[in-house]
Design a protein around this ligand. Structure first.
Ligand SMILES: [Zn+2]
Ligand SMILES: [Zn+2]
Length: 295
């Protein structure tokens, strides 16, 4: 089975693990997670394919002999919630701040599906999964935080950052953190609100965590968060210096003083992927723009 065991009670998977179509599209590499609490199963994000999400759910229910109680959605980007139809009978939880986006999308959902599927004409599994979605409004909207489950349970907490209502899920008993897209390990980071993302990294560093399940990429240890946070702090201070010297963006992007992003050497960094270099430059440009518009 294309599932990864993180702890005795935590498994992850992604749609990309069952489709081989050359370079993995980011829309297929998002992580789905199952956390088994003592008397229920909780899923975090469900990916793009309802069929694959239903299979993952069924296999986990059989393995643990427990029913699913919740699907927790870290945010409403297509690659993380599109398969929610496989969880229609359970509590579906999302940040209140993400809801307007889904409400808008549901208004003309059939034409949106066709439009999105049309982008993947050469990639049948993605096009099929896109068209096969059964979307609905989640029944639980959270303003700040939701904690539930026996023993230490799980915590769903909204931080913003990658998107307005981005949330993370933390299981204290498993010492597992599911970051959503506030942390990626196979690509560079994708900033929505950069300050909030750095603040979130600092907060995660205070938690008792052993395993970090990113929005996309391989599971890593807590150290990875510190490395990402330190890289961006170093990047920001170098950029400040270069901007003060009145260098333009073009020369800054190839300046030898820019710190090297450590993640490029990580095992799950997509070799040959056009996303890894493009997105890394984008995150440097993001901070450059922030610094120059502040001036
Ligand atoms: Zn994503
Ligand atoms: Zn996202």
């Amino acid at each position: 089975m294309p599932y990864t065991k993180v702890t005795d009670n935590t498994f992850t998977s992604s749609f990309s693990s069952i489709i081989q179509t050359g370079e993995a599209e980011p829309v297929t590499t998002s992580t789905m997670t199952c956390i088994a609490l003592s008397d229920e199963l909780v899923f975090v994000d469900c990916g793009l394919s309802s069929r694959f999400a239903a299979k993952f759910r069924k296999d986990m229910e059989e393995k643990f002999q427990r029913r699913t109680s919740h699907l927790l959605l870290t945010h409403l980007h297509r690659d993380h919630y599109w398969a929610m139809g496989a969880f229609k009978d359970v509590n579906v939880v999302v940040s209140r701040r993400e809801m307007p986006y889904l409400k808008r999308a549901l208004k003309n959902i059939e034409s949106r599906k066709k439009q999105w599927a049309g982008r993947y004409i050469g990639n049948k599994p993605i096009a099929k999964a896109t068209m096969g979605a059964n979307l609905f409004l989640p029944n639980k909207c959270v303003k700040e935080m939701l904690a539930f489950g026996s023993d230490e349970g799980v915590v769903f907490r909204i931080t913003g950052g990658h998107s307005a209502g981005s949330a993370y899920v933390y299981s204290p008993s498993e010492r597992v953190l599911c970051t959503g897209d506030n942390l990626l390990t196979c690509y560079a980071q994708l900033f929505g609100d950069g300050e909030k993302m750095l603040e979130t990294y600092r907060h995660w560093e205070t938690l008792n965590i052993e395993h970090v399940v990113p929005g996309h990429g391989e599971v890593v240890s807590k150290e990875y968060i510190t490395k990402v946070r330190s890289y961006f702090e170093e990047l920001i201070s170098t950029l400040k210096e270069l901007v003060d010297r009145q260098l333009d963006l073009k020369s800054i992007l190839k300046h030898p003083k820019l710190p090297i992003y450590f993640g490029r050497n990580h095992a799950s960094w997509m070799k040959g992927s056009r996303y890894h270099t493009g997105w890394l430059n984008n995150s440097i440009i993001y901070w450059y723009n922030k610094l120059t518009t502040q001036k």
